[in-house]
Design a protein around this ligand. Structure first.
Ligand code: PEP
Ligand code: MN
Length: 337
């Protein structure tokens, strides 16, 4: 159920609706819009009686929400969400670009990536300090040392830091350094982790699971929103199909569906989506062409020496080329970087 307030509703009237929702044992979620405020209701099992609200002062309408993902659905919020990360935005006309190495490896490596990302026009530095690896014998990340290096690179360049958090117990630690908390594909349905980042006061980048449907992705986002954190960015990063020539199959149709069904920004990760360097620039162009709100791209000063995901990492000059090409596509679809 969504309670839409009249345009002239007062703060007291909005508050009274929220109190009524709480008195019924449910949870109110204020969804401010440029025209009017709406209040989403969660925690109910079965439908809520619209009459309970429609007669309250300041209420324009009580609308049932048909999608199971309520707070993140386009039904509850006609305007698109723009996530503001300490001044850098994701969503809206301007594209958000996140670039950096798969793993933070050293001070020299992360600073080289950060400088190149900044010079080419990215607003975010991505880099893993806690790495989810298929093999327990592979490099697992520099952990807190890696977080410190990301913070150092932010200090020098002003780029906002995006980094993965893998366990509920490390959310506090990662949030001390990160501007955006990344939930990796393998953790998309780690529900205790989703709840923990839902409680954290940080924007969340939620990557689609390797075999997750779009409904499952939106329900995972709903876990985060249901805890009161609405600063969520969805990421299409390729799914597992029968194809073996590429690491994953980048599902560009997903971007279109997600933007139809949800008000959340959607970005594309062509690096994991293809797995090989030569496909990254074309798929970055394609992602922007279908309406992605931004890109996440892996770069490395020496990809052949990378401790993870070297084959898909762009060299620093290649990233500059990507940005030039993407700028042209962006302009043709009414976006800019
Ligand atoms: C990553 O961004 O480096 C990463 C591990 O991605 P994913 O979770 O999509 O595999
Ligand atoms: Mn990676």
């Amino acid at each position: 159920m969504l309670i839409v307030m009249r345009q002239d509703a007062t703060a007291e009237q909005i508050n009274a609706v929220a109190e009524k929702i709480k008195a019924l044992g449910f949870k109110p979620h204020a969804i401010p819009g440029s025209e009017r405020t709406a209040i989403g209701i969660t925690g109910n099992r079965g439908s809520v009686d619209a009459d309970l609200f429609e007669l309250l002062p300041g209420v324009a309408q009580a609308i049932p929400v048909s999608q199971p993902f309520k707070l993140v659905s386009a039904e509850v919020k006609p305007e698109r969400t723009v996530v503001n990360v300490n001044g850098a935005t994701i969503g809206g006309e301007s594209l958000a670009v996140m670039a950096g190495p798969c793993s933070v490896e050293s001070e020299a490596q992360i600073l080289a990536c950060a400088r190149a990302a900044k010079a080419a026009g990215a607003q975010f530095l991505r880099g893993g300090a806690f790495k989810p690896r298929t093999s327990p014998y592979d490099f697992q990340g520099l952990k807190e040392e890696g977080l410190k290096l990301l913070a150092l690179a932010r200090e020098e360049t002003g780029l906002k830091v995006v980094t993965e958090v893998m366990s509920p117990g490390s959310v506090d630690l990662v949030a001390r350094y990160a501007d955006v908390l990344q939930i990796g594909a393998r953790n998309m349905q780690n529900f205790p982790l989703l709840e923990e980042v839902g409680d954290a006061k940080r924007p969340v980048l939620l990557k689609r699971g390797l075999s997750a449907t779009l409904k499952e992705l939106l329900m995972a986002a709903e876990y985060i929103a249901s805890r009161g954190n609405y600063e969520i960015v969805l990421c299409e990063r390729g799914i597992r199909t029968f194809e073996t020539m590429t690491r994953n199959t980048l599902d560009l149709g997903a971007v279109i569906v997600l933007k139809q069904l949800s008000h959340l920004p959607v970005i594309v990760d062509p690096s994991h989506g293809f797995g090989l360097r030569y496909g990254v620039i074309p798929l970055a162009r394609a992602g922007v062409a279908v309406g992605a709100d931004g890109l996440m791209v892996e770069i490395h000063p020496e990809p052949e020496r990378a401790l993870s995901d070297g084959p898909q990492s762009l060299t620093l000059p290649m990233f500059q080329e990507l940005m030039q090409q993407v700028r042209r596509v962006a302009a043709s679809v009414g976006r800019r970087i």
